[in-house]
Design a protein around this ligand. Sequence first.
Ligand code: FEO
Ligand code: CA
Ligand code: CA
Length: 609
Amino acid sequence: MRRRQFLKVLGISAIATSPRINAAPLASPDEVSSRRSPTHQVEAGHRCQILLRWGDPLTSTGTPWHPGITSPTDYAGRFGYNNDFLAYWPLQPLIGERNRGVLCVNHEFTNPQLMWTGCLTTPEMDRSRTEVEGAVLGHSVVEIAQDGREGGWRYEPCSRFNRRFTIDSRVDFTGPAAGHRRLWTALVGDGKFAHGMLGLCGGGKTPWGTVLVGEENFQTFFNDQVTTDAEARNHQRYGVGAECYSPWWARHFDRFDIAKAPREPNHFGWVVEIDPLRPDSTPKKHTALGRFRHEAATCIVSADGRLVVYSGDDAAFEYLYKYVSADAYRADAGTANSKLLEEGTLHVARFANDGSLVWLPLAFGAGPLTPKNGFNDQGDVLIEARRAADLLQATKLDRPEDVETDPISNVIYTLLTNNPARTSDTLDAANPRPENRFGHVLQLLPPGAPGPKAQHSAPEFRWRIFLLGGNPENPLHHAQYPGEVSKDGWLAAPDNCAFGPQGGLWLTSDSGALGAALNRADGLWRCRRTETGHGSPRRFFSAPLGSEVCGPEFTPDGRTLFLAIQHPGDTLNSCFETPSTRWPDFDPALPPRPAIIAITRDDGGAIGG
Ligand code: FEO
Ligand code: CA
Ligand code: CA
């Protein structure tokens, strides 16, 4: 999420109720330290390699990056800023120890104070700098390869697969809201396509080889104009007009001024499909999956053959959604399966205190989703998915971040990162702590789970708590883990997750100001697979100062783990001239740079357990 927003919403105070508390040992030998540091730390026996940094040229004509580059056109040919979601797709079968593939990377937001001189003292962002911001956001597709002898990774600056998508790239709409009148704008006319992708955060991979990326905090790109037009209620529900990040976007580009272009925000908040293996393909915004602040778009084929996509809406008191395709996935249909994302039913979760869960369909005409409540067709329901979910009385959660399905058990892990605004009178069993600063992880169980086949498309699930973050030694935290955790191993603010080659669960964190206050680095944790599920987290990696860890993505052989290190140096009063770290270059002439790292084992084996 955007750091400034996070600082604003984070409150510090004690927690008042009391679930179970686990005792914990004081320390765990060999575990990575939780202390904040200017550089990263990884578990002994592993090495980290810097693979891609902001500004690295992705074209044959690109020159090495330096901070004096000012051309937005130049930046549109370079690796973007603040890398979040990662997806790796092999380009060829493994040959010995050599891998080759494409890495797909989201670029979520910018840190102007770390990108340019004078940004802490000069409030003005001129048009050129704002255009550069637009050019470093979006998505990168980059070909990468592993050296057979050394096992090291490199990227290919001249690959035909290398692509950048920015705020100017064309993206076609599909599904019930494509061409909807509420998407008509002066710039694109009939609402069949949009310019660009905003706030790309979590995502997912489809079974047919494409990536789905979620537009999350799109509202922050629009100005704080108050409007009274037909979209006013819609904008208010999404924070458009109230959560402006930079007024300069609207000053320099009319489409980000909601007084001039009140329907432009409706072009954002969708799931975008990108086909990285077809460099000529046009990305698609699949409106059937609904409009909200998407975090994750996790695909799984249900036992009945239908495609299911889980996605969270990352804001306090927002919802968890599930999309179910109308037709079944066909392995022999290849990318034609993309049509599954155009026709289906979006659902939202209602958790009950008895451990049951109902998925409520967001279907025009059903229940309250009628003209009486301002919904005139399915396009309206999808454009205003949040308001539809309100009317269906879905469960308001503590900021849903990543959602992933355990490929072995079919248990779904839902990461709720924190919600300091949760009060005692709004508690429920799925959100059990007031002023939830540390976040928690829920497990969802579709019929058939745990087990190799599960009905992800079913209307009713079960759910249970996997862990409650925080320090188990501090009774005020009311932390709860599956087993013991060490003083370095407890975590706060879970954000992304992945499953490793041996079925282990890997969790990342984004604790921001809380981590700074506690002098605890964000990082990556491994929860080993057990006979009954997964054990307690153990710290595997600590991130450099000011950064969060995103993406965790393994190669199919499990021998490489890619991590996205986002906003290094983003600490209080840290700026271009005097950053709190210069990771990863540690060159006194360069600021810190968001970067992708590749982790391998010293002995070349598969990582983790
Ligand atoms: Fe961009 Fe929900 O973190
Ligand atoms: Ca985050
Ligand atoms: Ca996130």
